[in-house]
Ligand binder design. Structure first.
Ligand code: AMP
Length: 632
């Protein structure tokens, strides 16, 4: 995570120009929207006072789309048209979805030319729907909620995604936002949002752990904070472990308690199962604050369940579930090569971290009390809202915005109008990379350095950021000089490029601000063209490389002929110059194959000349020496 100053001095919004920006926690089970008002972050509620919006979309019979609590009600009666946990499908193809048997939807593979780029489709009453379209319905609902609460058009939104989300999943999330009519200020990693909510970006530098136990998933992330920048050091977790498993343990315990009253051992009806699971969940949540929970309800057989579960018994029932979270934590710590003493703080996220024995286990593991004073359900949305407020320019001039990665690759122009990438896009900031280059011509004493940004192979298709010259390179044979070019993007998003010739130590450098003036759309356009033009870029690169090779060889042969032309007779000279001409003709064209062939022919035609030159230089070296002086 890095900081980049976005507003120019004096350009930040005046108080009366406060821009409406929101943070969205787009969760697997529930989603939330938050904003910062009068300096305070608040989670926005719907007209019924609900903050959590179940992430469920129902396509109704009358063509209506229902989202949230009302959709949840339809889940059992109409599972095929009621899509839950769509987050698990984002950016995924049919073959990525391993557990199809347990998901009640009708999956369809998209046609190969489909715009969804291979992402799975769901066959619903409203037609084929992509996960992007389904997510867009959730985002639209949150957007409408925010507009109603804030009374105006939104400037943009920060949307959170799991730290482990790959490019396809992130892109799918952005596409969903665009479809919902939201301007994405930025995607933010969920653990980073939680850390921002706790103000850790202003806290002591060091390593922080984010322990996130939700309804159905467990994620642990280890972040390193340095100069206000968060870098994700490691992530781990269990995508099938969460608060629901604790409910299930209580449910099984209830069944055990009432077994004697049900001697027929008939399996419970679906309705009774659902009722008991709801009761189990209520008991679990009650036990967070109380010593015992009374569980009472009437089953369809008219049998009345009336049992009491103590907090101590609940802890015992679920101890191994809590223990199951420790192994991903150990793995993440190992991956990041950290000891417990390295951990500065631990943040709890997700409703299930309210359970006292979960908190205790985390405290025992890290040997320190976790941060718990924010609502663990809301902490991610709050962090996103704080970030959105900064990105919208609502804070004072020296405010910084979190930029976690380089949005586009940074590189250098090399011979033939090609770009050599030095820092690939999505590198976590701050970042420094060095690469060695060399001279192309004998005796070359200066080198022009052209810094570019973009994904394409050709200079003409990338964005030029800066040019500077390195002078004073000692004259050497082509390819002998070693010039180390270092790219560094610091915490403020400032790129500096320096070039140093290694033998004499001459140096030159320049600073540029790579992101300035590039908005999100421009970045996306550049990325899109890098995909669509990949094939033609490959060809252009092959052609340019063949030309550079051929020109290097022609120039070397001219020099050799000047120095040692006397070794050849007129016929031999004529043969070589015929091949040079043929290569020059090929060079004037655009066929890399023809250039390769003519280069190979020229190489073959000069083999005998090269051998004669070698003999000549060996005999020159040996002339006048006796055998003892020759070091063989
Ligand atoms: P999330 O996905 O973060 O909304 O987490 C939802 C999970 O948190 C569900 O399993 C809830 O039952 C659980 N949860 C919410 N409140 C409590 C509470 N007071 N005590 C224990 N678990 C809770």
């Amino acid at each position: 995570m890095a900081l980049l100053q976005i507003s120019e001095p004096g350009m930040s919004a005046a108080p009366h120009q406060h821009k409406l920006a929101i943070g969205i926690d787009l969760g697997t089970t529930n989603s939330l929207v938050a904003t910062v008002r009068s300096g305070m972050s608040t989670v926005l509620q719907d007209q019924h006072g609900h903050a959590l919006l179940p992430s469920i979309v129902h396509y109704g019979e009358a063509q209506q789309v229902i989202v949230g609590h009302e959709a949840k009600v339809k889940q059992n009666a109409d599972p095929v048209n009621t899509i839950a946990s769509v987050k698990r499908l984002m950016g995924r193809s049919l073959k990525d979805i391993v557990d199809k048997a347990h998901i009640p939807y009708r999956f369809v593979s998209p046609p190969s030319d489909d715009a969804s780029q291979g992402m799975v489709l769901l066959d619903t009453r409203a037609g084929l729907k992509s996960p992007v379209e389904i997510s867009a319905e959730i985002l639209k609902t949150l957007k409408n909620r925010a507009q109603a609460a804030l009374g105006g058009e939104l400037t943009g939104a920060v949307i959170t995604v799991p730290a482990y989300f790959d490019d396809a999943q992130r892109q799918a999330t952005k596409d969903a936002a665009r479809l919902a009519g939201l301007h994405v200020l930025r995607l933010l990693n969920e653990p980073t949002a939680a850390a921002v909510a706790y103000g850790l970006d202003n806290a002591a530098e060091g390593v922080y752990v984010i322990y996130d136990l939700g309804g159905g998933t467990f994620d642990v992330s280890i972040l390193h904070l340095s100069k206000g920048i968060f870098e994700v050091l490691a992530t781990n977790g269990d995508s099938a472990l969460g608060g629901d498993d604790f409910d299930h343990r209580i449910y099984c315990w209830i069944l055990d308690q009432i077994r004697d009253a049900n001697p027929s051992k008939q399996p419970l009806s679906e309705k009774d199962t659902r009722l008991l699971l709801t009761k189990a969940r209520q008991a679990k949540e009650w036990l967070t604050e109380n010593e015992e929970a009374q569980i009472t309800c009437k089953l369809s057989s008219a049998y009345t369940v009336d049992v009491t579960l103590t907090a101590a018994a609940f802890v015992e029932l679920t101890e191994n579930l809590v223990r199951k979270t420790l192994s991903p934590m150990r793995k993440a710590m190992r991956d990041a090569s950290l000891d417990l003493t390295d951990i500065k703080g631990v943040v709890l996220v997700g409703g299930a971290t309210r359970m006292p024995h979960v908190r205790q286990a985390v405290q025992d593991f890290f040997q320190q009390a976790p941060l718990t004073n924010l609502d663990p359900d809301k902490v991610v949305a709050i962090g996103a809202a704080i970030q959105a407020n900064v990105l919208a320019g609502n804070r004072s001039g020296d405010d910084l915005l979190l930029l976690d990665v380089t949005p586009l690759s940074l590189g250098l122009e090399t011979m033939g109008g090609l770009v050599e990438k030095v820092i690939p896009r999505n590198s976590t900031l701050p970042v420094a990379r060095a690469q060695d280059f060399t001279t192309f011509k004998d005796g070359q004493t200066a080198m022009s350095i052209h810094v570019l940004q973009g994904e394409r192979d050709l200079v003409s298709a990338c964005r030029s950021l800066a040019r500077f010259e390195l002078r004073g390179i000692p004259p050497m044979a082509a390819g002998a000089a070693r010039i180390r070019v270092t790219f560094q993007v610091d915490a403020d998003g400032l790129l500096s490029v320096s070039a140093r010739e290694e033998t004499k130590g001459v140096e030159a450098s320049i600073s540029v601000k790579p992101s300035y003036g590039l908005n999100e759309d421009a970045i996306i356009d550049m990325l899109k063209s890098s995909f669509s033009e990949a094939e033609s870029d490959k060809k252009a690169r092959a052609l340019a490389e063949a030309k550079v090779d051929a020109m290097g060889i022609i120039s070397a042969i001219h020099i050799a002929l000047e120095q040692d032309g006397h070794l050849l007779n007129a016929v031999e000279k004529e043969a070589i110059s015929k091949h040079i001409k043929a290569l020059e003709t090929a060079l004037a064209g655009e066929q890399s194959r023809a250039i390769h062939d003519a280069t190979a022919a020229l190489n073959t035609a000069t083999e005998a000349f090269a051998a004669k030159r070698m003999d000549e230089s060996v005999s020159r070296a040996l002339a006048g020496k006796n055998i003892d002086e020759v070091n063989l």
